[in-house]
Write a protein that binds this ligand. Structure first.
Ligand code: ATP
Ligand code: MG
Length: 267
């Protein structure tokens, strides 16, 4: 497939994903363009009373469509908590979040079907890759496009395209338990990209990878951002990939601070 037709296909897929979600506009608030992420005053407290942990105090963040931003901070600073809130995996305590032109959270969820939100609009690369053990590698990646209604052969073709880009196509027929940790991580990255979601949240995606493969992952994320106008947040400690971000958010004591990155091209 040519780059042009792939872009058109990606744009159409993103458009469809946006179209199925009812919009909940809030009067008087400037929205971000389709595909972007906006977070304002996000707070997350785990537990109650004496054992409560305030993981996020007040997080503000903006990611434009087509942008890949880094999120860095010490262990326990709230990086995974932030991604899980934004990915509708856990419920924040307070604040506001916007995906595309839609507010999804304002001191409470504004979206009724959180499962559909996660499936259609967010690609999540978890810190520990979890793959479905009884499906082979190809079907682990092809599953979400199939669930979204794509023909099985097309979904498997797309899976193989991504597995090839991530240098793991030779393990396409294997079960996850037969893969190395780095191979499992690359398959889980392919799976997060398979539905071409408008938002990708990646938690330490390159941690188990050597530098060449880490850069291949970053290359595919930057390409995805550029071609499909995806908004991408990458949590990382990886010194090999930090210079590739144009903007970086630092998180410390549950608060974010923005900083310019080097934006070194990866292609
Ligand atoms: N389910 C939970 N219940 C209670 N506290 C939690 C829970 N999950 C995380 N925390 C606490 O919230 C804080 C932030 O955790 P989080 O996992 O977001 O950190 P992180 O920045 O991702 O760290 P790391 O770099 O080690 O992955 C930590 O103090 C952690 O112990
Ligand atoms: Mg974490």
């Amino acid at each position: 497939m040519s780059a042009v037709s792939r872009s058109a296909g990606l744009a159409a897929a993103v458009g469809r994903a946006q179209a199925v979600q009812p919009s909940v506009p809030l009067a008087g608030v400037a929205g971000v363009a389709v595909g972007g992420i906006l977070i304002e005053g996000l707070r997350k407290v785990y537990g109650r009373g004496d054992t409560a942990v305030e993981a996020l105090k007040s997080v503000n963040m903006l990611v434009h469509p087509g942008e890949v931003v880094g999120l860095v901070g010490p262990s326990g600073s709230g990086k995974s908590t932030l991604l899980k809130c934004l990915g509708a995996i856990i419920e924040p305590t307070a604040g506001r979040m916007q995906l595309g032109s839609e507010w999804i959270y304002d001191d409470g969820w504004l979206v009724r079907d959180l499962r559909a939100l996660r499936r259609d609009r967010i690609g999540f690369v978890f810190q520990a890759p979890y793959l479905i053990p009884f499906l082979n590698v190809t079907d682990n990646v092809a599953l979400l496009p199939m669930l979204a209604g794509m023909a099985n052969t097309r979904a498997r073709d797309r899976a193989l395209e991504l597995l090839t880009a991530l240098d793991v196509a030779h393990r396409a027929a294997a079960r996850p338990s037969q893969l190395s940790g780095g191979e499992q991580q690359r398959v889980s990255i392919a799976r997060a990209l398979a539905n071409r979601p408008p938002v990708i949240l990646a938690d330490e995606p390159t941690a188990p990878l050597d530098s060449e493969r880490a850069l291949a992952v970053v290359r595919i994320l930057h390409r995805m951002a550029r071609e499909a106008q995806t908004a991408i947040i990458v949590v990382t400690h990886d010194e090999k990939i930090i210079p590739t971000f144009k903007r970086i958010y630092h998180i410390r004591d549950g608060q974010t601070h923005e900083e310019a990155g080097q934006g070194v091209p990866v292609e």
